[in-house]
Design a protein. Structure first.
Length: 206
């Protein structure tokens, strides 16, 4: 693959991100598939992903997260792992939430993240049907209810991993995951790495 082709793909992804285009995630996936098809060397693919993720996280004013993400990319050993990091960190939330129903549900989630949170219970909090809540939540936040709960819990977990010496299993229980395997799987989805590896990278950078 020519360097100019790679830069063109990166530009298209970033333009799609800044314009909140609906094909943004598709472009991210194409970037990976084409790089794999053209047998792009690992170091070149890593640098390409860095050029995509850096302005996105800077735009979100997430400088600490940017440094950590770049370290994750450097430590990655294969393209699928890097793809997971990119797609996790570069998720675009295009809509601004303005519905009182959704704002009330979000507040409930953030105040009760350690509890069991079912769609039916949240619909009751919002005073609407579960099907209507599911549709409205996606429209307003760009995420479904399960994805939002996961993001909320994992953000708390990241903070606890950085600021406390609590065992990973204890942190899992504190944020609503009594099953460690489930916690580790959700953490991987959100960060591109597992909780123990995340803590090691934090300690290494101190």
């Amino acid at each position: 693959m020519k360097h100019v082709e790679l830069l063109e793909m990166e530009t298209n992804i970033l333009e799609s991100y800044y314009s909140s285009a609906p094909n943004y995630k598709e472009l991210l996936n194409n970037h990976y598939e084409i790089s794999k098809e053209r047998l792009l060397p690992l170091d070149i693919y890593k640098n390409s992903v860095k050029r995509i993720i850096t302005p996105i996280l800077r735009n979100k004013n997430q400088m600490e997260d940017l440094e950590f993400t770049l370290n994750l990319i450097d430590a990655a050993s294969n393209p699928p792992e890097i793809k997971s990091i990119l797609q996790t960190k570069a998720v675009i939330e295009q809509q601004q939430c303005s519905s009182p129903v959704i704002l009330n549900v979000i507040k409930h989630i953030e105040n009760n993240y350690s509890s069991t949170l079912s769609l039916n219970d949240l619909a009751e909090v919002g005073g609407v049907s579960s099907s209507y809540l599911s549709k409205l939540f996606k429209e307003q936040t760009g995420l479904n209810v399960v994805e939002y709960i996961r993001k909320c819990r994992i953000n708390i977990a990241k903070k606890l991993l950085e600021e406390t010496d609590d065992r990973v299993n204890e942190i899992a229980e504190k944020i609503g995951y009594p099953n460690y395997k489930r916690f580790s799987s959700c953490f991987l989805q959100e960060t591109g790495t597992n909780p123990r590896a995340y803590r090691k990278i934090l300690n290494k950078n101190k």
